[in-house]
Ligand binder design. Structure first.
Ligand code: DON
Length: 586
């Protein structure tokens, strides 16, 4: 029996993700701690490190570490700095998740600062008069914005787990916004690519382009005085500087001018949630990762449970047999995602059942090792075992051994491309992560149903998966990635490349990746998976898609990770798939 109507499944297409893939041959490294004799060397540091997608933001975090701050102080500094220097995904107007490991308490906290649906939102918000989903409204209107969580998330993380005053931690971001910074190549290139969308909104046009709409050139000083004022209001008044007062008024007047839903009450009612992390094991390694409303943590543990029953090393990294078993596993996980995952405050997510070793083994038993099972023949589990119940990622490690993994987003690159006039920041289009109608895909081709239907005050299901990995009881590495639906499989492959294939963290990041998400029934492979391998997979009945757009190879995710070696050396890996990504350490 199929969970979704065939007609809906036939229509599924997926938006692609950006540029550059390395052309390399897969060879496992001999030891995760050896950094020489490897194709890819990580950045080394002795004391503390920040790895993010943008140079100035990593340096902002490093400045705070050097000033005596801990990993949370540095993470908050980097989070606010990315809102200035990486407006594609760094944000004040979005939301995200932060995993914090506190060494002295040997404890991990999962902070959920995901956007919430405004009180006026309802199930059929995006259904047009023809009964179909109005994709434009779901992706690019003011109704696509959920109530932002980033500012409250970062401020509360600092209050609870940081050590320095907010004004000190925000100082680098305020300086970058007030005085400006040389426009990085990656930002000028991205502003050219997304010009059509951003220029549709007069406020975004004024904020991100020169007079008359001319683009900034690489190296031009880019200052953002309105954003600087908003950052100052937050530095002086904490999150009230954003959720109340003149900034809140400006968000609401932007909403009122364009039929948006967010009100002053929605802003005042926004709440950060502290969730119990998802914990799993893969052989002798412990994985501590993000629980719902992220789907990522549950499915990574679910997939590792399936994969643990096979000797993957013997199959060979990125061999056809390896990719086949991984892809079949991914199909089952994404099928379950469509039915069982949503905001746990609104829907009882069967986390324990989905992450149990028994359930993993039952999926493993269904996988044909020689032949692909078409996605149309795979459904979310009818019942589960009984149970007793352009995003951006950065990682930070400090001199105490604390770790932070943070993924936050506006959803699309530049969110819905609409800026808040007078306050200098872009709004998210996270409401598109809800399932607008069962059997209809969202922008990432993901399917969903009741568990992820729109409801007032609910948080849309996410794939963002900030993750911390432990070995022999000690913190080992922090990782995470952007990439929409591909985040989960990107993080899975980084973990396996290290834990199963003994790669150092940079090699684990660089090697080509692949992705299957049940529907569409295709394995997306990056450049670097050989033609022989692709032919062998096709012979097993797998559909292969080497994504390209305008002649460029497309890539899967952009992992930003830090590993701690047994002697305490920090190995930073900034993903070369994103220009400008930077590991800063001391
Ligand atoms: O929360 C999610 O799963 C999506 N809003 C993430 C979007 C994303 O990763 C876009 N980036 N490349």
């Amino acid at each position: 029996m199929r969970f979704f109507p065939k007609a809906a499944l036939a229509k599924i297409t997926v938006l692609g993700i950006a540029a550059f893939a390395p052309s390399i041959t897969a060879l496992a490294q001999s030891s995760p701690i050896i950094t020489y004799n490897s194709q890819f060397h990580p950045t080394l540091a002795k004391t503390g490190m920040v790895v993010s997608q943008e140079h100035f933001a990593s340096e902002a975090g490093l400045e705070i570490l050097k000033a005596g701050g801990n990993a949370v102080d540095a993470a908050v500094a980097t989070g606010f700095a990315l809102a200035v220097t990486h407006p594609q995904a760094g944000n004040l107007g979005g939301g995200g998740f932060m995993m914090v490991y506190l060494k002295d308490q040997d404890k991990t906290i999962a902070i959920d600062y995901r956007e919430m649906a405004p009180a006026a939102a309802y199930r059929d918000l995006f259904i047009g008069e023809d009964g179909e989903v109005d994709r434009r409204k779901a992706m690019f209107s003011l109704k696509s914005s959920g109530t932002p969580g980033s500012v409250k998330g970062l401020v509360e993380a600092l209050e609870k787990y940081g050590t320095l005053p907010l004004a000190q931690v925000m100082a680098p971001a305020i300086k970058l916004a007030e005085e400006g910074f040389p426009m990085p190549w990656a930002l000028q290139d991205s502003l050219k690519r997304y010009g059509r969308r951003l220029k549709n909104n007069p406020t975004s046009l004024a904020y991100f382009y020169k007079e008359g709409g001319a683009p900034y050139q690489w190296g031009d000083v880019f200052a953002q005085p309105d954003l600087a004022k908003t950052l100052r209001a937050i530095a002086e008044n904490g999150s009230d500087g954003f959720y109340k007062g003149w900034v809140a008024d400006k968000i609401v007047s932007t909403m009122e001018a364009g039929a948006g839903l967010i009100t002053l009450e929605d802003l005042a009612n926004y709440k950060v949630r502290y969730r119990e992390p998802i914990v799993g094991t893969f052989r002798d390694v412990k994985i501590v990762t993000m629980p719902p409303p992220s789907s990522g943590g549950i499915h990574i543990v679910q997939m590792l449970n399936v994969l643990e029953g096979w000797d993957l090393k013997e199959l060979g990294h990125n061999s056809a047999q390896y990719i086949h078993r991984m892809s079949e596993t991914m199909k089952y996980a994404y099928a379950d995602r469509s039915k069982y995952l949503g905001d746990p405050d609104f829907f009882k997510v069967p986390s324990k059942a989905l992450t149990s070793k028994e359930y993993g083994a039952s999926i493993r038993g269904k996988i044909n090792l020689k032949k692909a099972t078409p996605s149309t023949e795979i459904s979310p589990a009818a019942s589960l075992p009984e149970e007793s119940n352009d995003t951006t990622h950065f990682s930070v490690v400090d001199r105490f051994g604390n770790m932070v993994a943070n993924t936050y987003t506006l959803n699309f690159t530049y969110g819905n491309s609409i800026s808040v006039a007078g306050a200098g920041f872009l709004l998210n289009n996270e409401m598109d992560d809800f399932s607008a109608k069962p059997g209809t895909q969202n922008a990432f081709g993901l399917l969903g149903g009741e568990a992820n239907a729109i409801e007032a005050g609910k948080r849309p299901l996410s794939s963002m998966t900030p993750t911390l990995v432990f070995k022999d009881g000690k913190p080992w590495f922090a990782t995470g990635s952007p990439g929409g639906s591909r985040i989960i499989t990107t993080v899975l492959q980084v973990i396996l490349n290290v834990a199963e294939f003994d790669m150092n963290i940079q090699a684990a990041t660089n090697f080509p990746r692949f992705h299957h998400q049940w529907f569409p029934d295709q394995i997306f492979v990056e450049t670097g998976i050989s033609i022989d391998t692709r032919r062998a997979l096709a012979a097993m009945g797998q559909n292969i898609d080497v994504k390209t757009k305008d002649g460029e190879s497309k890539v899967l995710g952009a992992a930003m990770s830090i590993m701690i070696t047994p002697d305490g050396t920090l190995l930073g890996a900034a993903d070369p798939r994103r220009p400008g990504s930077h590991a800063a350490g001391y």
